[in-house]
Write a protein that binds this ligand. Structure first.
Ligand SMILES: Nc1ncnc2c1ncn2[C@@H]1O[C@H](COP(=O)(O)OP(=O)(O)OP(=O)(O)O)[C@@H](O)[C@H]1O
Ligand SMILES: [Mg+2]
Length: 226
């Protein structure tokens, strides 16, 4: 199995005025391709922080993150941006759809950033929105969508660039049971169809069932769950 991400000795400390919060105290984690990794743990334990560090959105205070054997710290901002844009898809804990763009435009954004032609970006965005069965909403703006629909659009945006790794932060947060189940089965379907590696962070017990590698993040350390 190919190694995709390797995190070694990760520590994260936040300093605010005089106080110091040590969120991650020394974490080692290796991500191999084509697995679904789940990171669980209480609220405030640092799950989102760890996900941001693994995906190069944030740097650790100490430790090394290697992606495809490249040390993220040694990449120029442009190279890091490109790596994230081409290889990673993200679904954030709080959706970050752009309010001034409609559904279709929101999904096109990662491709336009990459420099793809508008026509091609539109075609690819429509295709993924069709797969996720939300094509009838493409002209709507994020504020006019339900929470579940926003979640679907966010997944479409995360997948449109055909990433190698999909980072999901609470993909079913704030959704009712039925919407959670729809999102979950959608994630499974995508996983099976697209040959992805998924790293998911969640409180949801149902998500635990779909992961083949499970970890508990607590008191700053990661332990493997069997
Ligand atoms: N930029 C920041 N500055 C200071 N403290 C921060 C910052 N970001 C996160 N923290 C703190 O780090 C801790 C971990 O936060 P994080 O968002 O990673 O938790 P989480 O496990 O994702 O929680 P939840 O399950 O509620 O989403 C929290 O105590 C939070 O207040
Ligand atoms: Mg979080």
């Amino acid at each position: 199995m190919n190694k995709i991400i390797e995190a070694l000795g990760i520590k994260k400390i936040y300093y605010d005025n005089s106080s110091k919060t040590e969120v991650l105290k020394g974490i080692d984690l290796t991500i191999y391709e084509k697995n679904i990794y789940g990171i669980f743990g209480p609220s405030g334990s640092g799950k989102s922080t760890l996900l941001h560090i693994l995906s190069g959105l944030d740097y650790p205070t100490e430790g090394i993150v290697k992606v495809f054997d490249e040390d993220l710290r040694k990449l120029s901002p442009e190279k890091l941006f490109r790596l994230r844009n081409e290889k990673f898809g993200f679904l954030f804990q709080f959706h970050y759809l752009l309010p001034e763009f409609n559904v279709l435009e929101n999904v096109m954004v990662p491709l336009l950033i990459r420099g793809e032609k508008e026509g091609i970006a539109k075609r690819k965005a429509k295709k993924i929105l069709e797969e996720l069965e939300i094509i009838d909403k493409i002209k709507l703006y994020p504020k006019d969508l339900s929470g579940g629909e926003r979640q679907k659009v966010s997944i479409a945006r995360a997948l449109v660039g055909e990433p190698k790794v999909l980072f999901l932060d609470e993909p079913t947060g704030n959704l009712d049971l039925r919407s959670s189940e729809i999102i979950l089965s959608m994630i499974m379907e995508i996983y099976q169809k697209k040959d992805l590696t998924i790293i998911v962070v969640s409180h949801n017990e149902k998500i635990k069932e779909i992961c083949n590698e499970k970890y508990l993040l607590k008191d700053g350390y990661l332990t493997k769950l069997i």
